[in-house]
Design a protein around this ligand. Structure first.
Ligand code: PLP
Length: 423
């Protein structure tokens, strides 16, 4: 469920008309609903706790939406943060996420990032390889610290979905094999700079079927039992993120309560474990939209109608990058027969096409449209390609809204660059 609805013939975010935000802030603009963010987080937490998983650490995947106001909204209802860079750690801390709820993941952490994470006191560093284990131990020793680490396992499970967001097959760059994890865990227990606290896995994103998750989680449970049988302590089992969000016209993901029940079933009887989760998309995707304006409708003699928007692939990369489908809704729908459009942005690439042959209500120049389900991997993946300014971000709460990332200006853009001395 989300809080973007038609009221009085126009699309609102909670109690604010999207047209009002577009008028005040300009387009393209990302708009997020606080109520939806909070709801998605609490539905997941209640499902997990209701299934008997006590005190879960739900670390929101900051990569999905890294806006500090969004992170603070989630932190206020108890979310932690799953981070993959120093920048994300800084964002999580700036948002008030307690360091003991921050999990540091990622395949290539630098020495400086590891040192920063240790100084910040993050809950756990998820290690993805043997060289990283040695690096973390060395950095921690230099700082006279002992890093709490988890070994990220690649359980070699096909999660379905787009190849670019599948992470749990042996051929992917993430994590180590189950056998390797056992060896590294035992080694880590004897190293001065680290303390192994758990094991982690994350097999992909936009997963719409519980079966691959269940297969991976069964392997993880067996691993915990093997480690314990060897006399090694395991306190935390990080089951990653990846549960899909309901994108319009796409396979429906499982309900959080079914996900939670599946986990409770797989983990039945396993005691003394805190479960951690790293959800991103399922919390943020349907909590945000990208509002754009129609620049013009370019009707070709052969009949194709291009709806040219002021938003482009630099603002919302998912269609170009993952062939992703976003529901597109007029902010003030006109009456009339639906028409078939190709919806495109102004960037000089054919890839800057949001969709082809899409049946939409009739639209005209200056109309506003909303790309639904754009709250995850939307603004976070945006760029200034074609020297376009980053789209601003707005957070709504009830009848209020605030600009939580203003649109930069061209002076800001140019001021970041320098002339070489010989120019
Ligand atoms: N955790 C890790 C390690 C990830 O790589 C990702 C996404 O790629 C996530 C969590 C979040 O995944 P999702 O947004 O599908 O829940």
């Amino acid at each position: 469920m989300n809080h973007f609805e038609l009221k009085g013939g126009e699309l609102h975010c909670e109690d604010v008309p999207l047209a009002e935000i577009a008028k005040a802030v300009g387009t393209p603009v990302y708009v997020y609903s606080s109520a939806t963010l909070e709801r998605h987080f609490t539905v997941l937490r209640d499902a997990l706790v209701g299934a008997g998983l006590k005190d879960p650490l739900i670390a929101f995947a900051v990569k999905a939406n890294s806006n500090v106001a969004v992170l603070r909204t989630l932190a206020n209802v108890g979310a932690g943060a799953d981070v993959v860079s120093e920048g994300e750690i800084r964002r999580a801390l700036a948002a008030g996420v307690p360091s003991e709820r921050i999990v540091f993941s990622g395949v290539g952490k630098t020495e400086a990032e590891i040192a920063f994470a240790l100084e910040a006191g993050v809950a756990e560093i998820n290690l993805e390889s043997e060289p990283e284990l040695h690096l973390v131990s060395a950095v921690a020793q230099r700082l006279s610290k002992r890093a709490s680490v988890a070994i990220r396992v690649n359980p070699d499970v096909e999660a379905g979905g787009h190849a670019k967001i599948s992470t749990g097959k042996a051929e992917n760059k993430f994590g180590v094999s189950l056998a390797e994890a056992e060896r590294l865990y035992a080694n880590a227990a004897n190293m001065a700079g680290v303390r192994p606290v758990g094991v982690a896995c994350h097999i992909g994103s936009q997963i719409t079927d519980l079966a691959p998750l269940e297969a991976a989680f069964r392997k993880m449970r067996a691993l915990v039992e093997r480690l314990r049988a060897e006399g090694l302590g395991v306190e935390r089992l990080d089951l990653g993120g990846g549960l899909g969000a309901p994108y319009f016209n796409q396979p429906t993901p499982p309900e959080p309560r079914d996900y939670a029940a599946m986990i409770a079933g797989v983990m039945d009887g396993l005691t003394g474990i805190q479960f951690a989760f790293e959800p991103g998309r399922m919390i943020a995707a349907n909590a945000g939209v990208l509002v754009a304006r129609v620049l013009h409708v370019n009707e070709r003699p052969e009949g194709r109608k291009f709806l040219v928007l002021d938003a482009a692939m630099n603002d919302l990369l998912r269609p170009a990058m993952y062939d992703a489908y976003h529901d597109i809704r007029p902010v003030k729908p006109r009456s009339g027969e639906p028409l078939v459009y190709d919806v495109v942005g102004p960037i000089c690439e054919t890839g800057d096409t949001f969709t082809r042959d899409r049946l939409l209500p009739p639209l005209a120049a200056r109309d506003l449209v909303a790309f639904m389900t754009a709250g995850a991997y939307g603004a976070a993946m945006s760029s200034e390609y074609n020297s376009r300014l980053l789209a601003p971000e707005v957070l709504v709460r009830g009848a209020d809204y605030a600009i939580v990332r203003p649109r930069p200006n061209y002076n800001d853009m140019l001021a970041r660059e320098r002339a070489a001395p010989w120019l």
